[in-house]
Design a protein around this ligand. Structure first.
Ligand SMILES: [Zn+2]
Length: 498
């Protein structure tokens, strides 16, 4: 089969120039200059054909452009300039302008008719050119691939965006009036071509078409009883059924300080009943989320560990990250970040700093090596009798030691019963000024240590404990986290913008 013969036949079947190149198996940039590609392939293209096609071929220098009478029989006009224009206009008319993502990714759902027509043309070429056309490898660059090769770059260029798999996802659903009728015929065909598998219309999928519908599995004679070979050109163009936008996932990190002893980490529900009116998660999301997305409830809040309700977190604060799906913005100005920090500070219960957008892959830092991390605490502890020098000396432990800790009774309802070894790196106690019954104890521990039980021992369930070390009862009155062993996210001072 010569290229010229192939093209002549395709032209007679109402196939557009782009699709002719697809059947000549043109690759990549060969679609950019159609004339040149035809020349290189040794094909002479009829003059009148070049007037109404795509990609710079049709120009303003041809005022006598004829109105199109029909659309390509194999692509239904998906590669035509008119359709490209309609597509771009459709995208611009959507909420596209609300997203500032520099990259876009396209997901175009095409009518099943396109696959049927590919098969039909495949049969037609086999009839015309015989065994040079294989039965199990398609004679063309498939439309799906060609759309990526041709349409994607054009759309990106027109919208002035880069193609980026993590960018704004534009899902485009295309329809054509012939689809319904052709798929009805396909259902009938399917009963005959693959008996035993009676599929309802809804079950006929694009995947099934791709897999089962090849000349090696379906006979042309069977196919032709239901659908024509070669495929006829159509009068109507493709239409846009819908354009859906899904913004990228954006991660916003920072550090929070918990200033209240009456605040839970996340919404605290017991049997569906709220126990506290607010939580760290809600306060932060409320101030940061709405700027980025309309779907605030879909935001995920993560932190490097957490405190109990009655524990404060001071010092530099605890790293956290928000995963914000469908985000309109992919960056955050210092001014905006500062305003968000100030909004959270207003709660009086939580304060945040170092707020910034971070790369998505970095957000994982927050969960890695959690068990190995060191935690820094300050505990206010009460004795039953005044502290002695001996007690104070016993609670100066500069070197590390191990404890065995059974799951505390207070968390048994949500954690399995285990005895866990934990390392205590250092203990340093001092008297609270003017009160010999109260000690201030600085403790450095391995992550996951239950501090309250480390202090009072919980009836020997934690050994050794501060109580067993001093041989006297001691209880904890208040606990602060004063440091987290995670040097992330990087420090940024958003107030410097002012
Ligand atoms: Zn075409």
């Amino acid at each position: 089969m010569k290229n010229q013969e192939l093209v002549d036949y395709l032209v007679s079947c109402g196939v557009c120039t782009i699709c002719q190149l697809r059947y000549l198996r043109a690759r990549g940039t060969e679609y950019n200059d159609i004339n040149q590609s035809f020349q290189r392939l040794g094909v002479k293209v009829p003059e009148n054909q070049l007037e109404d096609e795509t990609n710079g071929i049709s120009t303003d220098e041809q005022p006598l452009k004829k109105p199109r009478l029909s659309h390509c029989s194999t692509c239904l006009g998906i590669f035509s300039e008119d359709f490209q224009r309609e597509l771009i206009e459709g995208i611009i008319a959507s909420d596209f302008g609300k997203y500032d993502s520099e990259g876009i990714v396209l997901a175009i759902t095409m009518p099943m008719s396109l696959q049927l027509r590919q098969l039909s043309m495949w049969f037609a070429l086999q009839r015309k050119f015989g065994p040079t056309v294989h039965s199990n490898s398609p004679p063309d660059v498939p439309i799906k691939e060609a759309v990526k090769l041709i349409l994607h770059p054009i759309i990106c260029k027109k919208l002035d965006k880069k193609y980026d798999a993590n960018g704004l996802m534009i899902s485009i659903d295309l329809r054509h009036t012939v689809e319904e009728q052709e798929v009805d015929k396909l259902v009938e065909l399917n009963r005959v071509a693959f008996p035993g598998k009676t599929l309802k219309r809804i079950e006929i999928s694009r995947g099934l078409l791709e897999k089962q519908y090849q000349p090696s599995r379906v006979k042309a004679e069977t196919y032709e009883k239901y659908l024509p070979i070669p495929p006829p050109a159509v009068d109507e163009s493709l239409s846009l059924k819908s354009i859906d936008l899904q913004g990228p996932m954006v991660c916003v990190a920072g550090r929070y300080r918990k200033l209240s002893r009456e605040l839970s980490h996340t919404p605290w529900l017991l049997q569906g009943v709220r126990q506290m009116e607010d939580s760290i998660e809600e306060i932060i999301i409320r101030s940061v989320g709405p700027h980025f997305t309309e779907t605030v409830p879909k935001i995920t809040f993560m932190s490097s560990g957490r405190e109990d309700v009655d524990v404060r977190c001071l010092g530099k604060g605890r790293p956290f990250v928000l995963e914000i799906p469908n985000s309109r913005h992919s960056s955050l100005t210092k001014e905006r970040a500062l305003a968000m920090e100030q909004a959270v500070d207003k709660s009086g219960k939580v304060s945040i700093l170092n707020l910034q957008v971070v790369p998505r892959e970095q957000a994982m830092h927050i969960k890695t090596g959690e068990e190995q991390k060191r935690k820094y605490y300050r505990a206010l502890c009460a004795l039953k009798e005044p502290a002695t020098l001996e007690i104070l000396q016993k609670l100066q432990i500069p070197e590390s030691f191990d404890i065995q800790q059974k799951t505390p009774i207070r968390v048994l309802h949500r954690r399995p019963l285990h005895t866990r070894p934990r390392t205590i790196y250092s203990v340093k106690a001092r008297l609270q000024r003017d009160n010999p019954l109260v000690l201030v104890i600085d403790i450095v521990t391995q992550a996951g240590t239950y501090i309250k039980e480390l202090v009072h021992g919980e009836f020997g369930r934690t050994t050794p404990s501060f109580s067993s070390i001093i041989g006297k009862p001691i209880d904890i009155q208040a606990l602060d986290v004063v440091g987290i062993d995670l040097d992330w996210p990087p420090e940024v001072d958003n107030s410097l913008s002012q």
